[in-house]
Design a protein. Sequence first.
Length: 170
Amino acid sequence: MGADKPQVERTEGGFPPIIPVLLLGAVVFVLSIALLSRIFTGETEAPKLKPQEEAKLLKRLKEIDEAEQYALIAIAPGWYPCNHPDRATFYLLAGEVWKYGTTTKGQFGRYSIKYLAGINVSYLLQFRGTIAECLKEEQLKLFYYPYLPENSTRPEKDQLPRPPYNSKMQ
């Protein structure tokens, strides 16, 4: 009888059929390419805001871009509240600066007419721009205040490092 063909026994858990493996590899490859293309082209979907949240955001962004730097000016000569150490009040002449400030709310969003009239000051808009630009302008005014004629011509004991109602350099 001649040589018999050797019989190979198949064991369970042998090599998987090639087609499902190739199919699985192709699916993974296509999904990877799709995901990477969305990431690199910026086509990821941003979360949606509720209409009220979107309105708040737009209002806040507008405020940041449309701020004001102002001065509160004495309307008449008299004693005005003062935030400096050891001084509760300070005498100002009409037209002198009581306070420098910055706001994103505008004059009437920041102060009421009743408040300004009660203190006897007027709101003088000095600069309009972004909040950063207005804060810079305010700092310039505060740093140069000691050299203003209204301050430097006062007797030395009455000269101030900043306007009476600016308690500190902010």
